[in-house]
Design a protein around this ligand. Structure first.
Ligand code: SAM
Length: 182
């Protein structure tokens, strides 16, 4: 069973990629990755936004920007992480998933701009979510939802100040401590 999931996003351009990278972070956090490593330019505003989400909604999802992404990827491989690169050119996910979910530690690689050949070669798996072009947000969401159990999506985030009480019709938010934001 998968014990740790880390996401690596190749590339981040300030302003231009702000919204997409933010959404990639939100999906990674919500679907139980412990961290995102962004191989791109340091973006303090993005990091602060995600930290604010953590403060209110809980958990300790981390955002890290790195320049030397190549050595970082190699280091995670050395630490026993299986590298799963999501690309429309990759093998069909259903053919490899049985093996992938047996891994303890997974580093999911997604692109933005064109991903260099070295990443395909270093990856243990190049996996497609369908062989049509779409987006890193969509590919990541679908892949992570296959890695974790449905129930895990609803498990509590520690130290959350608020949480949603699921409802058929209403927006019910439960405040978990008196200092919680409105
Ligand atoms: C703008 S897309 C570029 C599409 C790219 N030519 C490719 O290799 O998938 C940016 C990222 O979205 C992800 N992506 C897009 N379509 C995908 C698909 N069908 N399956 C898996 N990942 C996909 C990949 O991680 C890709 O690097």
């Amino acid at each position: 069973m998968v014990k740790d999931i880390i996401v690596f996003r190749y590339g981040h351009r300030i302003v231009r990629d702000f919204r997409v990278t933010t959404h990639v972070c939100l999906v990674a956090r919500a679907l139980k990755a412990s961290k995102i490593i962004i191989g791109g330019l340091q973006d303090n505003e993005l990091e602060q936004n995600i930290n604010r989400i953590n403060l209110l909604w809980g958990g300790d999802f981390k955002v890290e920007f790195v320049e030397n992404w190549w050595s970082i990827l190699k280091e995670y491989k050395r630490l026993g992480y299986s590298l799963v690169h999501l690309t429309m050119y990759g093998e069909e996910s259903h053919k490899r998933l049985k093996n992938i979910i047996k891994k303890d530690k997974i580093l999911v690689v997604i692109g933005s701009q064109k991903v260099p050949r070295e990443i395909y070669e270093l990856s243990d798996y190049n996996i497609s979510i369908g062989n049509q072009p779409h987006s890193e947000i969509g590919a990541l969401a679908i892949f992570l939802s296959k890695l974790i159990k449905d129930k895990q999506m609803y498990s509590d985030f520690k130290n959350a100040k608020i949480k949603i009480l699921p409802s058929k019709l209403n927006k019910n938010i439960l405040k978990l401590d008196k200092n919680s934001a409105k």
